[in-house]
Write a protein that binds this ligand. Structure first.
Ligand code: GLA
Length: 725
């Protein structure tokens, strides 16, 4: 950590401590974050978060920070705290509330020490506070990354012993505070099954908006991501936006509170609903990260920052250069998988250029429908008389990796597992066990269940050459009881289920490092920064209708990189919407993320197969730009009847543009797309038509495109012809 020199000069680093003003300055790529201690060391005050300013200016703000005084309030209660433990006269949403063994229910803490942990790519500042009378320490963490504007924040709670257990009633991870402005707009993502990641916005007025899941998983209903912009002033490519997202795949909450004094703050983490966590002497609890970033380049700038952070620092290491093209027969044959039809589909998939062949639901004992089988993870001998290995061998011989669907947290009451262990599911005594999709949720908080799940999957992976796992979760938690644990702390299941889920995936990844994972929960029910740190990709929605997908994918791209967004081309009429659109349109929509094929290719005509082969070959030429490049959303599918997106490699050498027209009107066929993010003065050639364009033309005039009729679409691949002058 750089400190201020004797003469007041700053020794520049990325984390700076100014001892005279007792404040810390985080200097990032294009933004600055600053906070400091109050007099008395009893609270940490937020000072600045916004565009880059020099560190002297940041600590000058610390010096000038005024406190306001209002009757019926205390200076602490009114102050802009980085993390507020409940106590004193604090009446807005706190970040931490505990009860000590003797019944004391407020915290009075004082600052103890700080330090910085450096790695090659990041610096983590930690600040430790200690309760003045009880053995609780709270350590706040701030991690920043070279070349990024992202701050990962989380907290560690530790019972240092001597006064019995500490009961944690609310433990959020961080409190974010955009600067004081007239009023803010909140943008967030909501939805439902087959309608995930819809974009909503609300102008904030005094009061709280709570975005949350009480379902035990991230949820389709709200995604733990949000953005704030002052006076609804941000546009797609301009304006200031503050954004935050949670790295947690269980019940979560984000409280966006506007005080009556006009302050906006936003605290978030594990949901405290029905929650209690007993922290025994000597125990500690690490809370999940609540990650934030600032951009003055509008929602597009915010998205690109999220994407870059996910690709470079969040997703599992080591990343493959690009995600492979995948085939999955769920929409084609549903539970009716068998050696014969999967072999046939594998041959076709390989001819198309597919690289991973995934067998979805239905491959295990008694799984002819969704009433039975979950929990009994042995291969169904009726469908696969020789086990899965002959199919896997064939798939490998065809040059593809083999993938398998599992839903390890679940059990059907009609299963050997449930008959043997009816106590392994969440339940309360004398209460119903509510079934969702005819299944119950295993109590993964139990160590024996956790170990059983891990060993069962380990056996599956050890006995087969499986290189891809689609991990599904097709219902949420209900009746979250654990009667045998009544003496201890049954409410901790909300936390421990997710921690053990993470533990299992981490352990399987350690034992089988060549296996890639996809997170699925009935489509996009478990997409968040927590799961993304341990899976290569996610299934955003069971809705594969190309037009609907444009809207789901747009919302998805606000928060998450197209690299992880699996998109299948499926059959028409679409099973859900009954809509029929051309194969080219379906391909162009799916190619704007990580491409997969989910149609019944055994029934595709030779012309369709030929067309598909061409699209897949083309996708392979452009996928690195799409998956690893910078995304510019040129036209939103929510506005007008044409949508468009552009991807640029980080060095600016290649550009891919998609345009999708849904319904043509008035005979207007011409669309001109002004491109974005092209560096310098260069010449670009269209890889398909050979036409050349200058970057000035593409930026200021626009790329002309022609769309004829309904559901026409087009992809353009531009390659820079000469280096920027
Ligand atoms: C969920 C998934 C689908 C498919 C089915 C199988 O709905 O989202 O993709 O795997 O389960 O039952």
């Amino acid at each position: 950590m750089a400190e201020v020199g004797k003469n007041g000069e700053y020794v520049l680093g990325e984390v700076i401590y100014d001892a005279s003003n007792r404040c810390w300055v985080l200097q990032m790529e294009a933004s600055t974050y600053c906070f400091g201690l109050n007099h008395g060391d009893s609270s940490l005050q937020h000072i600045y978060w916004g565009p880059y300013i020099d560190s002297i200016a940041a600590s000058e703000m610390a010096y000038l920070a005024e406190s306001i005084s209002i009757p019926f309030e205390s200076p602490t209660g009114l102050s802009r705290e980085e993390y507020a433990p409940w106590g004193e006269m604090r009446y807005s949403e706190p970040s931490l509330k505990v009860e000590y063994a003797d019944g004391t229910r407020v915290i009075e803490w004082t600052f103890e020490e700080h330090g910085v942990v450096r790695s090659e790519v990041s610096q983590t500042l930690w600040l430790r506070f200690r309760d003045r009378a009880y053995p609780l320490t709270v350590t706040l963490y701030y991690r920043i990354f070279t070349g990024h504007d992202v701050i990962e924040r989380w907290a560690r709670l530790e019972n240092t012993g001597g006064s019995g257990p500490v009961t944690i009633e609310q433990a959020l991870s961080a409190d974010w505070r955009p600067p004081r402005r007239e009023r803010y707009r909140l943008t967030y993502l909501y939805g439902q099954h087959v309608k995930e990641m819809q974009i909503a916005a609300a102008i904030l007025s005094p009061g709280k908006i709570v975005l949350e899941s009480r379902r035990g998983a991230t949820s389709h209903q709200f995604n733990p991501w949000m953005a704030l912009d002052p006076d609804a002033s941000a546009l797609e490519e301009s304006g200031e936006v503050w954004s935050a997202a949670l790295a947690w795949s269980g019940s979560w909450k984000i409280v966006v509170e506007t005080t009556t004094y006009g302050d906006v703050h936003c605290t978030g983490g594990v949901n405290d609903f029905d929650f209690q966590y007993r922290l025994d002497e000597g125990a500690r609890l690490d809370l999940p990260a609540f990650v934030g970033l600032y951009s003055n380049q509008g929602f597009g700038g915010v998205s690109r920052s999220w994407h870059a952070y996910q690709r470079e620092h969040l997703l599992p290491e080591p990343p493959e250069a690009v995600r492979p093209v995948l085939y999955n027969s769920w929409e084609a044959v549903a539970f009716d998988v068998n050696e014969r039809n999967q072999m046939e589909l594998a041959e076709k998939a390989a001819e198309l250029g597919t690289e991973v062949f995934v067998v979805d639901d239905g491959w295990f004992d008694a799984r002819d429908h969704d009433y039975a089988g979950l929990g009994d993870w042995t291969v169904d001998p009726k469908k696969f008389p020789h086990g899965l290995n002959p199919l896997i061998t064939r798939v490998n011989a065809l040059g593809m990796r083999f993938g398998l669907w599992v839903e390890p947290e679940m059990v059907n009451p009609d299963s050997k597992l449930y008959r043997a262990h009816p106590d392994w599911v969440y339940h309360f005594r004398q209460r119903s066990r509510t079934e969702g999709r005819n299944q119950l949720v295993l109590n993964l908080a139990r160590e024996d269940v956790r170990d059983w799940v891990c060993e069962t999957l380990d056996t599956l992976l050890s006995e087969h050459n499986i290189e891809f796992i689609k991990w599904d979760m097709n219902r949420y938690v209900s009746e979250p009881g654990w009667p045998d644990d009544a003496e201890r702390n049954p409410e901790r299941v909300w936390l421990d289920h997710v921690r053990n889920l993470y533990w299992i995936i981490d352990e399987l990844r350690r034992r089988h490092p060549h296996v890639a994972f996809e997170s699925c929960a009935g489509g996009g029910g478990r997409v968040d920064l927590g799961i993304l740190s341990r899976v290569e990709q996610v299934w955003p929605s069971d809705n594969t209708d190309a037009l609907d997908r444009l809207l789901i994918q747009e919302g998805f791209s606000y928060a998450y990189t197209p690299r992880v967004m699996m998109c299948w081309v499926t059959d028409c009429p679409n099973f859900l919407t009954k809509r029929t659109v051309p194969l080219s349109y379906r391909f162009h929509v799916a190619m704007s993320g990580s491409l997969g094929i989910g149609g019944d290719i055994a029934r595709w005509t030779p012309q369709e197969l030929e067309e598909a082969r061409g699209f897949i070959a083309r996708y392979k030429q452009v996928r690195s730009t799409i998956q690893n490049g910078l995304l510019y959303r040129l036209h939103s599918p929510r506005k007008g009847h044409v949508a468009a997106a552009q991807y640029v490699t980080r060095d600016g050498s290649e550009v891919v543009v998609f345009v999708w027209g849904h319904s043509q009107q008035f005979g207007e066929t011409q669309v001109t797309l002004a491109l974005n993010g092209l560096k310098g003065d260069a010449l670009f050639a269209d890889a398909i038509s050979g036409s050349t364009y200058s970057s000035a033309y593409l930026t200021h005039h626009g790329l002309p495109m022609n769309l004829v009729g309904d559901f026409d679409s087009c992809m353009v691949h531009l390659i820079r012809q000469m280096p920027a002058r």
